[in-house]
Write a protein that binds this ligand. Structure first.
Ligand code: GCB
Length: 599
């Protein structure tokens, strides 16, 4: 092994070790690839206690006390309480709590047989926003953040026979939360993703990175992290389809360096090729479906597998339009991603937080590149010392879950933050550095919307643009900002010469609206929205370094701040499709544009 490579692997190894040390300060990082583990699924009906005033803490409902003496009584009980489906948001499951931003207590009983040579974990795909987890009356841990997985080891706490799991879920907005107090989507609370009880061997495969080395289309450079090792252990990686059988050895902290080569058929939207990859240690084995591809910047272009690519993307919120509920399943993902394919997309921007693993894995199988984003959205309290720590942890959780997904080509670390917010630059530049250290194989961006527009000229500036791989900008010409000249004559000044991605544009319309003159915004007409799309497309032709566009948004979605009683009714109406699945006129404009952009 040459010296340079060895140093690089060492530094990755160091960072990975550092990563585990850091994350353990806050909560346990979830093991990756739950699908391939020995799991007992705890989805289904859970009993719930609605607690809008937060009284449950004081009454200690997790203790589930029952009257023993004639004079005893307790003013709560899971017995006789209603049930709710997990996964799923609580707001859409009980009409009385449609707008609840507060506490719901969940309870699930399960039976188990303990085994002395096994370890047990309780794993949550996501809980929005703060989760406090109790097992058999004991607090086992908390997690903050509504869109990333977490787990707790319960080996010493789980019993043979009946066990009771209680989760306090609180979706109250926090000033120092991510996102903070204001955001333009519905605040679906609850245990919104899968819950699994996982059984592993004493020493198990916790995580791994098996992806192509940057700039290479045949060298895999990565690592496998074992948990529970007492001494070095052999690790094998097999890719049967390519006859690859690679063996490595972990250090005594369980970290094994990985380096091998293969003649891979590369993953791309046209050919979303995935290989079965088997990772084996002495007592554990996981299988993953992994794709191999390269993504990099060359001057003003983005290259996918060494060829320039134009991102035909669409913004998507994690909502099932037909159910007006949080999307969580593969079926939900299929509805949304089928539309993205039909529109002619090769990418989806999963706004504005990490979507479920089902969504990312399905996108990958369907040949859609994924833009994955942190909910560092608009007015974040960067000056609060907790906030940078929360961002850092959430970023690690996001990367950890999806770092083996070839479809994920870009980490978006923030959306529409403001340069005048105290400590924003420091916090986000540091986050960017950490992101690069954890994963230098993908592109990184921050999305900005407050560029200047004067005299039909854009002045695109922001300190953060000096730290990103691509300039991502949101602009709403024709909707929030009137045109100041002909779209085709719009001029652009950029702070640097990087590739440019228009990550949001659009305007509102109510499907079928027939209420007023169609050339007025306040008619909410499809024609007005259609014109915005026609003008934008005219403008795109003259945007220097343009490497992708992404309309806001695929489907009308719930957002309580959208209060117009006739046109909005609690929906952001910038969808190309209505919440009933009807395609608006702008859909066809966008579809045609994507058809004419060839790649
Ligand atoms: C934006 C935001 C997005 C909003 C959208 C809108 O710039 O990034 O989250 O929902 O505008 O509809 O105003």
């Amino acid at each position: 092994m040459n010296n340079k490579l060895f140093t690089k692997i060492k530094s990755i190894a160091f960072l990975v070790t550092l990563f585990f040390c850091c994350t353990s300060l806050y909560s346990q990082s979830a093991m990756t690839n739950v699908e391939s583990r020995n799991t007992t699924n705890l989805n289904g009906d859970w009993t719930v206690i609605i607690d809008p005033t937060g009284t449950g803490d004081w009454r200690q409902v997790w203790k589930e006390k029952k009257p023993e003496k004639k004079t005893d009584f307790y003013e709560y009980s899971f017995e006789g309480s209603p049930t709710m489906k997990v996964p799923g948001d609580f707001n859409s499951q009980m009409v009385e709590i449609t707008y609840l931003e507060g506490i719901v207590w969940y309870k699930k009983e399960f039976t188990h047989t303990t085994k002395s040579n096994k370890r047990n974990f309780i794993h949550f795909g996501a809980v929005n926003y703060v989760a406090d987890v109790y097992l058999n009356g004991e607090h086992i841990g908390s997690h903050e953040g509504g869109f990333t997985p977490f787990q707790f080891e319960i080996t010493d706490k789980i019993k043979s026979g009946k066990n009771a799991l209680v989760v306090k879920v609180n979706n109250k907005r926090l000033k120092n939360g991510l996102p903070s107090l204001g955001f333009d989507w519905f605040n679906y609370g609850g245990i919104t993703r899968d819950v699994n009880l996982i059984e592993t061997s004493k020493c198990y495969i916790e995580d791994y990175h098996i992806q192509l080395e940057k700039h290479s289309d045949n060298e895999v450079l990565g690592w496998v992290q074992l948990n529970g090792v007492s001494k070095s252990e052999k690790v094998k990686i097999k890719i049967p389809e390519l006859n690859i059988e690679y063996e490595t050895i972990s250090n005594k902290n369980g970290l094994a360096e990985v380096k091998f080569s293969g003649e891979f058929e590369l993953w791309s939207p046209q050919n979303p090729k995935l290989y079965s990859v088997i990772i084996k240690s002495k007592n554990d084995e996981v299988t993953d479906e992994i794709g191999f591809r390269t993504i990099e910047i060359k001057g003003k272009e983005v290259l996918l597998n060494n060829k320039p690519i134009f991102f035909k993307s669409v913004n998507i919120h994690e909502e099932n339009p037909y159910k007006a509920a949080k999307a969580y399943s593969e079926e939900d993902a299929l509805i949304l991603l089928n539309w993205a394919k039909e529109l002619g997309c090769n990418m989806v921007r999963l706004a504005h937080y990490p979507h479920s693993e089902h969504m990312v894995k399905l996108a990958e199988k369907m040949g859609l590149m994924v833009w994955s984003e942190l909910p560092v959205y608009q007015h974040i309290e960067f000056s609060n010392p907790d906030v940078p720590q929360k961002m850092d942890l959430m970023m690690k959780e996001m990367i950890r879950r999806d770092r083996n997904r070839a479809a994920v080509v870009l980490w978006s670390l923030s959306n529409e933050t403001y340069s005048f917010t105290e400590n924003r630059d420091n916090a986000l530049i540091e986050l960017t550095k950490q992101c690069k250290l954890l994963d230098d194989t993908r592109l990184i961006t921050h999305v900005i919307n407050n560029q200047g527009y004067d005299n039909n000229t854009f002045n695109v500036w922001d300190t953060l643009y000096n730290h990103v791989d691509i300039i991502a900008l949101n602009e709403y010409l024709g909707w929030y900002v009137p045109w100041q000249g002909k779209p085709s004559e719009t001029k652009w000044k950029f702070v640097n010469d990087k590739p440019v991605f228009i990550s949001e544009f659009g305007g509102e319309s109510l499907y079928g609206s027939n209420y007023g003159p169609k050339d007025e915004a306040a008619s909410w007409s499809e024609e007005y929205q259609e014109k915005i799309y026609q003008d934008q497309i005219e403008m795109f032709n003259n945007v220097p370094n343009l490497i992708g566009v992404c309309p806001w948004i695929l489907v009308d979605y719930r957002s309580s701040g959208r209060m117009h009683p006739v046109y909005q009714k609690g929906y952001n109406r910038k969808g190309l499709i209505s919440e009933n699945g009807e395609k608006k006129k702008s859909w066809y404009i966008m579809k045609e544009y994507f058809q004419t952009e060839n790649n």
